[in-house]
Design a protein around this ligand. Structure first.
Ligand SMILES: Nc1ncnc2c1ncn2[C@@H]1O[C@H](COP(=O)(O)OP(=O)(O)OP(=O)(O)O)[C@@H](O)[C@H]1O
Length: 675
């Protein structure tokens, strides 16, 4: 079936004017639907040309970082490509000497010893080199992979929020890149291997009965490889479109721990199994094997028979020649040619298989974001200091002026903006509470104030100056954000708290004090390793086939090794809060954004957290986002009520209650709950 689709209709109008029409073909393989582009996306030559500079730069980088290792790595690749040829050559040498002895029935003066020694020596050397390669390869691989990880991490860590969310900005991962490099090199290894084996086959067949034999040996592998290649040159999309299989996969999820409580309390087990069997029966005989596997197995039977028959051509040629002229081939030549031809056949097939991998590798390398990351939030030149002299004395907190600010998230699906025409003034040193319905834009406003994002239009002024003019690092150093989005880092608790103020992350006394202020001291005290506890450590433990079920000491050890401290949501939130108090200790913070950090906290924990934050308010502007605003509204200098991305009301508590609008409605709903 051939379908015509217009190119992306969301492209700019300029592109719309000369809109290109793409065509694609649909095919079904079992549960997989394949859409194959009719037009080739990019030619191999063009792709290789575009990739070469990037690949050269990448390999040059690896070479300059670890020259010895790189040379060894390249030697290993070269060895891999030629050692088979030498092996075949020495085997043929020995075979000829053996045949000469058999024919003449005289071993004197023959080169059989020389050929035998040469072959044995090579086997011994080859074995040593293979042993060395097997030992050196894990070291080479891990060093090169780590180098690539470091390179990619550096790029990814530089990226700001909107840039990382924008389509096409994500860099290739180090693992993808390593796989791509291996596939590209593997292709060259295979090319060298095929060229050297072909040359050997032609040279051997010259003495033994003509190059026709060598040529015929290549017919089958070339034909079968070429006939399977076309598919991968085109762009394609594959997706699973079988509803029954999809339902089976969804039902399978109930058997892991995630839904255990619901499965037990709602008694779902029987229903899940019945539904699974129903979906399985409905799936019938539809194959579920891997899409690639199914595509590979669906070759044309006529073509298959033709290819297999062509594979016999060299032997047909040999036999006919022998019938016509019994001296045209000796037994040894037939054995030598047969051995080298079948080796070559394998190598050619492998080479064409690696072409597919090569193309995947090339397109991965082409995706490398080689240029310096061009962040969407642009850095300014002006230094920002909490107070004119950089000291906290006389510090008053950040002042904000927002004028007609509009903002939509990069790549957001919603057509309505997250913020529309927001204008407001936040006085330095004030306590501001932002309230409003879900999705009203409260968190987004916090992100704009703290310059995680820049607005699409409108102005944000900080201390009377456009925020874009300041150096971003200065602004971020002067801000502390405590939100539900803050995560526990996969590091020790001490580092989790200490990194609020990286310069002092080893200051145990400061970390302990921050833990107390954040309400985390008690829970840390109860952990066996205290501040050295890793909450979300990287654990990788395997065990296999141990006798005695779970009673084997190694099985018990595996259980111990997999143990992680189980902290509740509220306990994690306290650690994150402690990190914020640590940040205060840098003395640089004059803007604090608190975005619903209390949802996971109990009532007392929430009250204490707000009290601790407010007791640190001196010299800081504090903006709170909360749905439970009972205690805060009393101390708030300003309350901002948001709805659908706009500020609908602003003022203090009595003023807003007097308006009897959105804020009064929200407040009364909460008050009623306590009546
Ligand atoms: N990272 C994001 N990417 C795309 N859209 C987002 C993102 N974060 C929020 N939005 C959208 O922006 C709008 C405002 O969301 P925001 O989180 O600011 O609301 P909120 O008032 O804080 O909501 P809540 O009270 O539920 O936390 C919503 O429509 C939301 O779907």
């Amino acid at each position: 079936m051939l379908v015509q689709i217009p190119s992306d209709s969301r492209k700019t109008s300029k592109l719309d004017s000369n809109e290109k029409v793409y065509t694609y073909e649909e095919r079904q393989f079992g549960i997989w639907k394949l859409f194959m582009a009719k037009e080739a996306s990019i030619s191999f030559i063009q792709e290789a040309g575009e990739t070469l500079p990037l690949l050269t730069k990448l390999l040059a980088g690896i070479h300059s970082a670890m020259p010895d290792l790189f040379l060894m790595f390249m030697f290993c690749q070269l060895w891999d490509s030629i050692h088979h040829v030498v092996e075949i050559y020495l085997s043929s040498l020995l075979l000829r000497q053996i045949e000469a002895v058999i024919v003449s029935r005289d071993a004197r003066g023959s080169g059989i010893i020389f050929a035998l020694v040469a072959r044995c020596l090579f086997v011994a050397v080859s074995s040593c080199v293979q042993w060395w390669i097997a030992n050196i390869t894990p070291i080479q691989e891990s060093k090169i992979r780590t180098y690539l990880h470091l390179e990619m991490m550096q790029k990814n860590l530089e990226m700001d929020m909107p840039t990382s969310q924008a389509a096409g900005q994500q860099n290739v991962s180090a693992s993808e890149l390593w796989r791509a490099i291996k596939h590209i090199l593997m292709f060259f290894v295979d090319v060298i291997s095929v060229i050297s084996q072909t040359m050997l086959l032609f040279s051997l067949s010259k003495d033994a009965g003509g190059v026709v034999f060598a040529g015929l040996s290549l017919v089958r592998p070339l034909l079968s490889a070429i006939s399977r290649q076309g598919f991968f040159r085109k762009g394609f999309l594959i997706h699973m479109n079988n509803e029954d299989f999809g339902r089976m996969k969804s039902l399978e999820k109930f058997s892991n721990g995630t839904f255990r409580q619901d499965v037990i309390s709602y008694g779902l087990a029987e229903w899940i199994l019945k539904q699974y069997i129903k979906a399985f029966n409905s799936l019938g005989n539809t194959p579920i094997a891997d899409a690639w596997e199914q595509m590979g197995s669906k070759t044309n039977p006529v073509r298959q028979v033709l290819e297999d028959t062509l594979g016999e051509l060299p032997m047909i040629y040999c036999s006919l020649n022998l019938i016509l002229d019994p001296t045209s081939f000796s037994l040894a030549s037939i054995a030598i040619l047969h051995q080298s031809a079948s080796r070559l056949k394998g190598s050619v097939t492998k080479l064409f298989y690696t072409v597919t991998r090569l193309r995947t590798g090339l397109s991965t390398v082409r995706r490398i974001n080689d240029s310096k990351i061009d962040n969407l939030v642009k850095d300014g030149n002006a230094a920002y200091s909490p107070s004119p002299k950089g000291s906290m004395l006389g510090k008053t907190g950040m002042e904000f002026d927002l004028r007609d600010v509009c903002f939509s998230y990069p790549g957001a699906e919603k057509v309505t903006p997250a913020l529309s025409n927001v204008s407001l003034h936040i006085k330095p040193g004030s306590v501001v509470v932002i309230v409003g319905e879900n999705g009203g834009g409260k968190s987004t406003l916090i992100r704009i104030l703290s310059r995680i994002y820049d607005p699409n239009s409108g102005d944000v002024l900080i201390d009377g100056r456009p925020s874009k003019e300041y150096q971003i690092s200065d602004l971020h150093r002067s801000s502390a954000i405590l939100s539900q989005d803050n995560l526990i880092y996969p590091l020790s608790l001490s580092e989790n708290i200490g990194l609020g103020y990286p310069d002092a992350h080893l200051d145990a006394a400061m970390i302990e004090k921050s833990a107390q202020e954040g309400g985390a001291a008690d829970l840390i005290g109860k952990l066996a390793k205290g501040f050295d506890t890793y909450v979300e450590p990287y654990i990788n433990v395997y065990h296999h086939n141990l006798p005695g079920g779970g009673q084997h000491p190694l099985a018990k050890m595996a259980v111990e090794l997999r143990k992680t401290p189980d902290l509740s949501g509220g306990e994690k939130q306290r650690i994150v809060a402690a990190r914020t108090f640590m940040r205060f200790k840098s003395g640089n913070v004059n803007f604090v954004a608190v975005d619903e950090p209390s949802a996971a906290l109990d009532a007392e924990g929430e009250y204490q957290l707000f009290q601790s934050l407010l007791s640190n308010r001196e010299g800081k502007t504090m903006v709170f986002v909360t749905h439970r605003f009972g205690h805060l509204t009393k101390v708030a200098d300003q309350i901002i009520c948001m709805k659908e991305g706009a500020v609908v009301e602003s003022g203090n508590h009595p003023e807003l209650m007097g308006m009897d609008g959105e804020y009064a409605k929200l407040y009364n709903i909460q008050a009623k709950a306590f009546q």
